[in-house]
Design a protein around this ligand. Structure first.
Ligand code: NAD
Length: 291
């Protein structure tokens, strides 16, 4: 089936970026959110991010105008009925995602592909609650979507090859690169990245090094563009903790035990950049390590 119209559920951090890249690639985009405010903010943000791409000569002004025209917003989920592909990018809570698919199913076409951008919820379990587990899979973008090259494509146990191949083609048309992952906790990127970040926090917790020395060591000693603690603050410490818990619960191995210091920062509400304090304090002109 040709995919031309894409429905995106959730216009938050990820949903607006997903709408942006699909519109630039020439797809018609239907973007929905329960919050009208989120939809208004998403359109303004997409406009700003497209302007930045024009300024950097990545796209032309005409490309920007055409991309903006391809995006339609609606507060009504059921208006996504005509989409050929749905990408659910709503809040990371299983009951919310389940309800979205349940409400959508009576309104969509029989061959519409359903996908979720979830970072941690089982694709197989989400799929099993729908009428089409073979046409359901994970479509996992990285943040920020317009900049990051990778999309992880996750096969649920029932996902069929035609569905997987159709999503691979979509990623290609977006100009991005896909990797295939089976449906196990945290997939590939976070399965490897989060234990490294957690280990950096243990290194701090045990007094092996300061925030500064840990980040500098990994930047200059392993050629990482960002130190692991700086990166944790960028991702959000609550998100890091949630993913470690998914690994710990899902794989039942003590090597995934979240560091108590990570839990402590989250308890304090020091969630990283978004709350202006994490392993660094962002309230001044330059970030200052908090330990
Ligand atoms: P976010 O909180 O920025 O946005 C979520 C949006 O979903 C909000 O605007 C909210 O109003 C909307 N929403 C909630 N319930 C809804 C419903 N029933 N119908 C329609 N919209 C609804 O979250 P985010 O960071 O954009 O994350 C979205 C998804 O993407 C999650 O599954 C998350 O795991 C995944 N993800 C996030 C990142 C990241 O770095 N933030 C990276 C990869 C994947």
């Amino acid at each position: 089936m040709a995919i031309e119209q894409v429905g995106i559920v959730g216009a938050g951090q990820m949903g607006n970026g997903i709408a942006h890249v699909f519109a630039v690639a020439g797809y018609d985009v239907l973007l929905t959110d329960v919050s009208e405010d989120a939809l208004t903010k998403a359109v303004a943000l997409i406009d700003r991010n497209l302007t930045r791409q024009v300024t950097r000569d990545m796209i032309s002004d005409a490309d920007k105008v055409a991309a903006m025209k391809r995006i339609t917003t609606t507060p009504k989920l059921t208006n996504l009925g005509s989409a050929d592909l749905i990408i659910e990018a709503a809040t990371e809570r299983e009951t919310i995602k389940q309800a979205i698919f349940e409400d959508l199913i009576p309104h969509i076409k029989p061959d519409t592909i359903l996908t979720s951008n979830t970072s941690s919820i089982s694709i197989t379990r989400l799929a099993s609650r729908t009428d089409r587990p073979e046409k359901f899979m994970g479509f996992h973008f990285m943040n920020p979507v317009p900049i990051m090259q990778l999309v992880e494509l996750i096969r649920g146990i029932a996902t069929d090859q035609d569905t997987f191949a159709a999503c691979e083609q979509v990623v290609e048309r977006l100009g991005k690169t896909s990797t295939a992952s089976e449906d196990f906790p945290a997939f590939i990127v976070n399965r490897i990245l989060m234990p490294m970040i957690n280990e950096a926090i243990y290194t701090l917790y045990e007094g092996v090094g300061s925030v500064q020395s840990i980040d500098t060591s990994l930047k200059l000693g392993a050629n990482h563009p960002m130190g692991p603690l700086e990166l944790a603050d960028f991702i959000g410490l609550d998100t890091c903790l949630a993913i470690m818990n998914v690994l710990h619960d899902g794989l039942a191995d003590t090597k995934y035990r979240p560091c108590p210091l990570l839990t402590k920062y989250v308890e304090a509400g020091w969630l990283g950049r978004k709350s202006k304090r994490g392993f660094y304090d962002y309230r001044g002109d330059v970030p200052v390590p908090t330990r």
